[in-house]
Write a protein that binds this ligand. Structure first.
Ligand code: AMP
Ligand code: ZN
Length: 121
Protein backbone atom coordinates (compact mmCIF):
# COMPACT_ATOMS: atom_id res chain seq x y z
CA UNK A 1 0.00 0.00 0.00
CA UNK A 2 1.25 3.48 -0.85
CA UNK A 3 -0.39 5.28 2.02
CA UNK A 4 2.52 7.15 3.48
CA UNK A 5 5.24 7.08 0.84
CA UNK A 6 7.28 10.08 -0.15
CA UNK A 7 6.79 9.92 -3.89
CA UNK A 8 5.00 7.71 -6.39
CA UNK A 9 6.59 7.49 -9.83
CA UNK A 10 3.54 7.69 -12.06
CA UNK A 11 1.52 10.03 -9.85
CA UNK A 12 0.75 13.33 -11.58
CA UNK A 13 0.54 15.27 -8.29
CA UNK A 14 3.84 13.81 -7.05
CA UNK A 15 5.28 15.09 -10.35
CA UNK A 16 3.81 18.52 -9.67
CA UNK A 17 5.37 18.49 -6.18
CA UNK A 18 8.71 17.52 -7.70
CA UNK A 19 8.41 20.25 -10.34
CA UNK A 20 8.42 17.80 -13.27
CA UNK A 21 4.97 19.07 -14.27
CA UNK A 22 4.33 22.82 -13.99
CA UNK A 23 1.57 24.25 -11.83
CA UNK A 24 0.16 27.65 -11.04
CA UNK A 25 1.10 27.80 -7.36
CA UNK A 26 -0.83 29.75 -4.75
CA UNK A 27 0.99 28.59 -1.63
CA UNK A 28 3.80 26.22 -0.79
CA UNK A 29 5.68 25.16 2.29
CA UNK A 30 7.65 22.09 3.32
CA UNK A 31 4.52 19.99 3.86
CA UNK A 32 1.85 21.10 1.40
CA UNK A 33 1.26 22.65 -2.00
CA UNK A 34 -1.70 24.68 -3.25
CA UNK A 35 -2.21 25.30 -6.96
CA UNK A 36 -4.94 26.32 -9.36
CA UNK A 37 -7.03 23.49 -10.83
CA UNK A 38 -6.38 23.15 -14.55
CA UNK A 39 -10.13 22.79 -15.25
CA UNK A 40 -11.73 25.19 -12.79
CA UNK A 41 -15.33 24.51 -11.76
CA UNK A 42 -15.69 27.88 -10.04
CA UNK A 43 -14.08 31.34 -10.38
CA UNK A 44 -11.74 30.27 -7.58
CA UNK A 45 -10.77 26.59 -7.69
CA UNK A 46 -7.52 25.48 -6.12
CA UNK A 47 -6.23 22.11 -4.99
CA UNK A 48 -4.58 21.64 -1.60
CA UNK A 49 -2.31 18.60 -1.50
CA UNK A 50 0.19 17.05 0.89
CA UNK A 51 3.67 16.74 -0.59
CA UNK A 52 3.79 13.15 0.59
CA UNK A 53 1.76 10.66 -1.39
CA UNK A 54 -1.48 9.47 0.21
CA UNK A 55 -3.84 7.90 -2.34
CA UNK A 56 -7.20 8.95 -0.93
CA UNK A 57 -9.18 9.52 2.25
CA UNK A 58 -9.34 5.72 2.55
CA UNK A 59 -5.59 5.71 3.19
CA UNK A 60 -5.50 8.30 5.96
CA UNK A 61 -4.29 6.64 9.12
CA UNK A 62 -2.53 7.43 12.38
CA UNK A 63 0.97 7.56 10.89
CA UNK A 64 0.12 9.97 8.04
CA UNK A 65 -2.74 12.08 9.34
CA UNK A 66 -0.60 14.89 10.72
CA UNK A 67 -0.35 16.51 7.29
CA UNK A 68 -4.12 16.27 6.88
CA UNK A 69 -4.75 18.19 10.09
CA UNK A 70 -2.03 20.61 9.00
CA UNK A 71 -3.93 21.19 5.73
CA UNK A 72 -7.05 22.07 7.72
CA UNK A 73 -5.04 24.43 9.92
CA UNK A 74 -3.78 26.17 6.80
CA UNK A 75 -7.10 26.38 4.91
CA UNK A 76 -8.28 29.57 6.71
CA UNK A 77 -5.00 31.25 5.77
CA UNK A 78 -5.25 30.06 2.15
CA UNK A 79 -8.89 31.20 1.93
CA UNK A 80 -7.86 34.59 3.29
CA UNK A 81 -5.02 34.82 0.78
CA UNK A 82 -7.46 34.05 -2.03
CA UNK A 83 -9.89 36.67 -0.68
CA UNK A 84 -12.73 34.20 -0.17
CA UNK A 85 -12.76 33.77 3.60
CA UNK A 86 -15.56 36.30 4.05
CA UNK A 87 -17.69 35.32 1.04
CA UNK A 88 -17.31 31.59 1.73
CA UNK A 89 -15.95 28.49 0.09
CA UNK A 90 -16.39 24.75 -0.12
CA UNK A 91 -13.80 22.04 0.57
CA UNK A 92 -14.30 18.76 -1.31
CA UNK A 93 -12.27 15.58 -1.34
CA UNK A 94 -13.55 12.99 -3.80
CA UNK A 95 -12.76 9.44 -2.69
CA UNK A 96 -13.13 6.54 -5.07
CA UNK A 97 -15.23 5.73 -8.09
CA UNK A 98 -18.68 6.89 -7.00
CA UNK A 99 -17.25 10.27 -5.98
CA UNK A 100 -15.43 10.45 -9.35
CA UNK A 101 -11.92 10.70 -7.93
CA UNK A 102 -9.64 10.98 -10.96
CA UNK A 103 -6.23 11.63 -9.38
CA UNK A 104 -5.12 9.12 -6.77
CA UNK A 105 -3.10 11.51 -4.64
CA UNK A 106 -5.30 12.93 -1.92
CA UNK A 107 -6.39 16.49 -2.60
CA UNK A 108 -8.83 18.99 -1.23
CA UNK A 109 -10.65 21.16 -3.74
CA UNK A 110 -11.31 24.70 -2.52
CA UNK A 111 -14.16 26.17 -4.56
CA UNK A 112 -15.38 29.73 -4.22
CA UNK A 113 -16.70 32.96 -5.73
CA UNK A 114 -19.97 31.61 -6.99
CA UNK A 115 -23.12 30.35 -5.33
CA UNK A 116 -22.46 26.62 -4.97
CA UNK A 117 -25.40 24.25 -5.21
CA UNK A 118 -26.37 21.76 -2.56
CA UNK A 119 -26.58 18.82 -2.80
CA UNK A 120 -23.63 18.60 -5.19
CA UNK A 121 -24.10 16.85 -8.55
P1 AMP B 1 -10.65 14.65 -8.64
O1 AMP B 1 -11.46 14.43 -9.89
O2 AMP B 1 -11.44 14.97 -7.42
O3 AMP B 1 -9.69 13.49 -8.42
O4 AMP B 1 -9.80 15.95 -8.89
C1 AMP B 1 -8.67 15.99 -9.69
C2 AMP B 1 -8.54 17.40 -10.16
O5 AMP B 1 -7.23 17.60 -10.64
C3 AMP B 1 -9.48 17.79 -11.32
O6 AMP B 1 -10.31 18.87 -10.91
C4 AMP B 1 -8.52 18.16 -12.45
O7 AMP B 1 -8.98 19.24 -13.22
C5 AMP B 1 -7.26 18.51 -11.69
N1 AMP B 1 -6.02 18.35 -12.42
C6 AMP B 1 -5.61 17.27 -13.13
N2 AMP B 1 -4.38 17.49 -13.65
C7 AMP B 1 -4.00 18.73 -13.25
C8 AMP B 1 -2.83 19.52 -13.45
N3 AMP B 1 -1.79 19.10 -14.17
N4 AMP B 1 -2.80 20.76 -12.89
C9 AMP B 1 -3.83 21.21 -12.16
N5 AMP B 1 -4.94 20.50 -11.92
C10 AMP B 1 -5.04 19.28 -12.46
ZN1 ZN C 1 1.33 11.26 -5.47
Amino acid sequence: MDSGGEMVKDCIFCKIVKGDIPSDKVYEDEKILVFHDIEPEAPVHVLVIPKTHISSLNDVQEDNSEVISYIFEKIPEIANKLGVDKSGYRIVSNCGEDAMQTVEHIHFHLLAKRSLKWPPG
